[in-house]
Design a protein around this ligand. Structure first.
Ligand SMILES: [Zn+2]
Ligand SMILES: [Zn+2]
Length: 166
């Protein structure tokens, strides 16, 4: 699918909670809603701050089940966070896996028991490294059944927009 990198930045400051010294990811997701345009199918934010939800110590990301918004943060994906040497290649792999994982949640995928599947849960960063960047066969078939009507809808919307503008 076509992907567009938007030129603006959402300031995370209003979602900062001093008592935790972290940013509430659900609040960020909520504020992202206002930025979603009708033509946006999925909307992913990349953050560099420490995210949390109240029941957990931290999260690598969060998504709206059934979409469209998802947020991931590189904060705890960086090797430096764990006192290790910077590794940009590893960071981009982790960010890719986390992004696909959260986008999977927007397609109503749940956590997968297969630890190699991109939808496996990750209690710590090492678990992300065990995952592939792809879905297992089971998740793949689940997502295809979800994706097809949406893709069809997008296509129809695209056709409608073209006939409108011409
Ligand atoms: Zn998850
Ligand atoms: Zn799976």
């Amino acid at each position: 699918m076509a992907c567009e990198i938007l030129p603006y930045v959402l300031d995370p400051t209003p979602s900062y909670h001093p008592e935790r010294q972290q940013y509430h990811s659900s609040e960020i997701l909520q504020r992202m809603q206002a930025l979603v345009r009708p033509q946006d199918w999925r909307f992913l934010a990349i953050a560099d701050v420490d995210l949390y939800i109240p029941i957990l110590k931290y999260v690598f990301g969060e998504a709206q089940i059934a979409g469209p918004c998802a947020v991931v943060s590189i904060y705890r994906l960086r090797q430096e966070f764990y006192g290790l040497d910077r590794d940009d290649a590893l960071l981009s792999q982790r960010l890719l896996k986390e992004s696909i994982h959260e986008l999977g949640h927007t397609l109503e995928l749940r956590h997968c028991q297969d630890y190699g599947c991109v939808m496996a849960s990750s209690p710590a960063v090492e678990w992300i490294d065990l995952r592939e960047t792809t879905l297992c066969v089971f998740c793949q078939s689940r997502v295809e059944s979800k994706l097809k009507p949406s893709v069809r809808e997008l296509y129809q919307r695209d056709i409608a927009a073209r006939s409108w503008s011409s």
